[in-house]
Design a protein around this ligand. Structure first.
Ligand SMILES: *Cc1c(COP(=O)(O)O)cnc(C)c1O
Length: 398
């Protein structure tokens, strides 16, 4: 449904071409437009632009050519009519909520979502009269039962972090629409290269561009994609007024990231599957969570709805927190940091970092055991990654 003239081209062509309009300089690649404001040719044109009678740039909080090129390219890849780029992934979620909700509205969210998103919904939005209920991601009946007359949005991430549970996007979009709600999917883990939620019935996709869209860990940013009516209407109006806009410098980085996105996602997925398969054979490992493994309880759903399995996996070592920390501390190349989506592999202990705020009971209910380790598998040589983990895993068995 995108409208920028690239609908007839394949994904890879759109990834390198969509959204580009050359200036009179004839540049091959996309320029950066570092300008706060834009000049009108007459008072009448300025008036026409402010009233909306004429399309054109006014001010970079509203629109900027480099940012717009990124927005059109990402919209095209997600199969959406419209995208607005934001200052961060969290700003994308905030902008979506502030654009679409009012006091008294209710959000139904997956229990397995990014920690700051939980805080945004349950602490910050609650202060403005928007309530959120959390439900288990994979329990369709629980979602339907929890819908209230005031429910406006269903919100989820799939695969979930860190356990890679898979939501049935089509089934949940049917439930949402049957009750007059919108389905919002955070598509950070797979990106449009591997999963296109709008085509499965979702109404809005949100992104942290800081992860795989950048792909090399350089800049924090985000985006919202969906229909012209939703995203070009209330969501864009919130952004242009409240101002969580993307910088043109960052948009330029993400444009270049999109050009290699599919190649990188395939390479991340290849490394992750090899590492997951190897981890399953290690005596010190009790369980591996990766949707590409046939042992994953929702492998069939993942195979149906995704065109790849992504670069994030988690595994449980025998011996709890002590053993997990031993494995993490024995690494020499994998970075101890909570992000993912970088060429450099990352390792983290969810129970004491990203999920430390939860009570021990809530953590266990969410499946975050003390022995759980998450890896954002990067693009290093797979043998080096195995060796980096084998050192600690072997020490656990002594
Ligand atoms: C990182 C992340 C976010 C937030 O993105 P920022 O760019 O850090 O604000 C949101 N959702 C998911 C799934 C993430 O991994």
């Amino acid at each position: 449904m995108s409208k920028n003239g690239f609908d007839d081209y394949g994904f890879d062509t759109r990834a390198v071409r969509a959204g580009q309009t050359r200036t009179a300089e004839g540049e091959q690649d996309e320029p950066i437009f570092p300008t706060v404001s834009f000049v009108a040719q007459s008072a009448a044109q300025a008036a026409a632009r402010f009233s909306g009678a004429e399309h054109g740039n006014i001010y970079s909080r509203f629109t900027n050519p480099t940012v717009r090129t990124f927005e059109q390219r990402l919209a095209s890849l997600e199969g959406g009519e419209r995208c607005v780029a934001t200052a961060s992934g969290m700003a994308a979620i905030l902008t979506t909520c502030m654009g679409l909700l009012k006091s008294g509205d209710h959000i139904l969210a997956s229990r397995s979502i990014f920690g700051p998103t939980v805080i945004l919904l349950s602490n910050i939005l609650a202060r403005f009269g928007v309530q959120t209920t959390f439900v288990p991601l994979t329990d369709l009946d629980a979602w339907e039962r929890a819908i209230q007359p005031s429910t406006r949005l269903l919100f989820l991430e799939t695969p979930s972090n860190p356990l890679s549970e898979i939501a049935d996007i089509k089934a949940l979009s049917d439930i949402a629409h049957r009750h007059g709600c919108l389905l919002v999917v955070d598509n950070c883990f797979l990106t449009p290269a591997l999963q296109q939620p709008l085509k499965l019935g979702a109404d809005i996709v949100v992104h942290s561009a800081s992860k795989y869209i950048d792909g090399q860990g350089r800049a924090v940013g985000g985006a919202v994609v969906g229909s012209e009516k939703l995203v070009g209407g209330d969501i864009y109006n919130f952004l242009r007024t409240a101002g969580p806009s993307m910088s043109p410098f960052n948009a330029w980085i993400y444009l270049k990231g999109l050009e290699t996105l599919r190649l990188r996602m395939e390479a991340h997925g290849r490394n992750a599957l090899m590492l997951a398969t190897w981890l399953e054979q290690q005596p010190a490992v009790a369980r591996v969570h990766y949707p590409g493994l046939t042992s994953h309880p929702q492998h069939a759903l993942a195979a149906r709805q995704q065109s790849g399995y992504g670069g994030v996996l988690a595994f449980e070592v025998k011996g709890g927190r002590e053993a997990a920390w031993k494995v993490i501390d024995a690494t020499r190349i994998i970075s101890i940091t909570a992000t993912f989506g970088d060429t450099k592999s990352t390792i983290t202990h969810p129970a004491t970092t990203t999920h430390w705020r939860l009570t021990p009971e809530a953590r266990l209910e969410a499946g975050i055991t003390d022995g759980l380790i998450r890896i954002g598998v990067g693009l290093e040589d797979i043998e080096d990654l195995k060796n980096d983990l084998a050192r600690g895993l072997d020490a656990c068995r002594l």
